[in-house]
Design a protein around this ligand. Structure first.
Ligand code: DAH
Length: 346
């Protein structure tokens, strides 16, 4: 009889030690079954009376071992289940508001430059680049501005080294890239060159020592001033709106003949007169002209066969007019409060 009880207790101990579950409910059933008020441990102790007196102590120790094993098992499995529950909480909660990251916005100069690129590439102009560190020859000499030519004073140049041959400088206009392309390629040539240029100017609200231009050049047989005018009218209307008018005023550039400056009807006041157009109704935005035959010859293009037009648009100027910015220095200060105001998908 007592042997059976010992055997049962021993079996129960092994069963308890082997018990495993991941379920809270099953664990609770285990607790009630083993440690509950009517559970197996209670029954074991209840059975003590039936044990011979000399074996009671041993049986008591065995019953205690079962109780202890069950309690240990219970707390071990509980801990395990709780750890698992913690892990599920660590799964990202999709409904927690995200840390707002600013989308950023394009620099206004980039917005306007990209618009210009878009407008000209639509009618077949191809984007070209030239170096910002340029030789004197491409920047001036090829463009009909030899040394000691008074026109060099128009563009206060940052020379890098005047003593080298050729002298090295920071390009004063994107026209320098014109001469490179003309020298390297055969017509037809239809390019635009967006880029940064440098001039040794005192920095003020209206002038800076660095700024941007978009240069245009079209060379082919039979290109005329009428083509230039029509191309620029198209550009002005795409850029500033379909009701924009243009006017070309005679001007001088060493590399074009004839040369002109182009005004657009003031888009701020609808040409009625305002501070931006100085009450004239017109705003100057670019220089242009027919490429001087001498320039074509300097770059190895037959000026008997080919003619061409060129233009150079100031990007800062256009941007400032467009967004009514009255100080060019803002363009280069990278002040987030200024930059945040501009956005565009272009
Ligand atoms: N390079 C001139 C400047 O920096 C702008 C310009 C005028 C470019 C006439 C041209 C042009 O291509 O034909 O002021």
């Amino acid at each position: 009889m007592s042997q059976d009880l010992f055997k049962n207790a021993q079996e129960l101990l092994e069963k308890v030690q082997a018990f495993a579950t991941e379920s809270k409910d099953e664990l609770e059933r285990f607790r009630i079954d083993i440690l509950g008020s009517k559970g197996k441990v209670r029954q074991l102790f209840g059975g003590m009376k039936a044990i011979e007196a000399d074996k009671r102590k041993e049986f008591g120790q065995l019953a205690n071992a079962v109780k202890q094993a069950a309690e240990t098992k219970l707390s071990e499995i509980r801990e395990l289940i709780e750890d698992k529950a913690d892990e599920t909480i660590k799964v990202p909660d999709m409904f927690i508001p995200v840390n707002q990251q600013g989308m950023g916005s394009r620099h206004p100069l980039a917005v306007v430059m990209n618009q210009m690129i878009d407008i000209f590439t639509r009618i077949g102009f191809v984007i070209e680049e030239g170096p910002e560190i340029e030789t004197d020859w491409y920047n001036f000499t090829a463009l009909n501005t030899p040394e000691n030519h008074p026109a060099r004073d128009m563009q206060d140049t940052f020379y890098i080294n005047r003593m080298t041959d050729p002298a090295m400088l920071l390009r004063t206009h994107t026209s320098a890239a014109q001469s490179r392309v003309m020298k390297d390629r055969k017509p037809p040539i239809r390019i635009i060159v967006p880029g940064r240029v440098y001039r040794n100017e005192t920095i003020s609200a209206r002038a800076h020592c660095q700024f941007h231009q978009v240069e245009g050049l079209y060379i082919d047989e039979g290109v005329s001033f009428a083509d230039l005018k029509q191309t620029l009218l198209y550009f002005a209307r795409e850029m500033f709106g379909e009701h924009t008018n243009i006017q070309l005023r005679p001007s001088f550039f060493p590399f074009t003949e004839p040369s002109a400056e182009m005004d657009v009807s003031c888009f701020v006041c609808d040409a009625k007169g305002c501070a931006i157009c100085k009450h004239t109704g017109w705003v100057e935005i670019l220089g242009c002209g027919m490429v001087d035959p001498k320039v074509l010859e300097n770059c190895g293009i037959d000026s008997e066969k080919y003619t061409g037009f060129a233009f150079g648009i100031g990007i800062e100027r256009t941007t400032m007019l467009r967004y009514k910015v009255d100080d060019i220095r803002l363009m280069f200060e990278n002040d987030a409060r200024f930059l945040r105001q501009f956005s565009s998908t272009l």
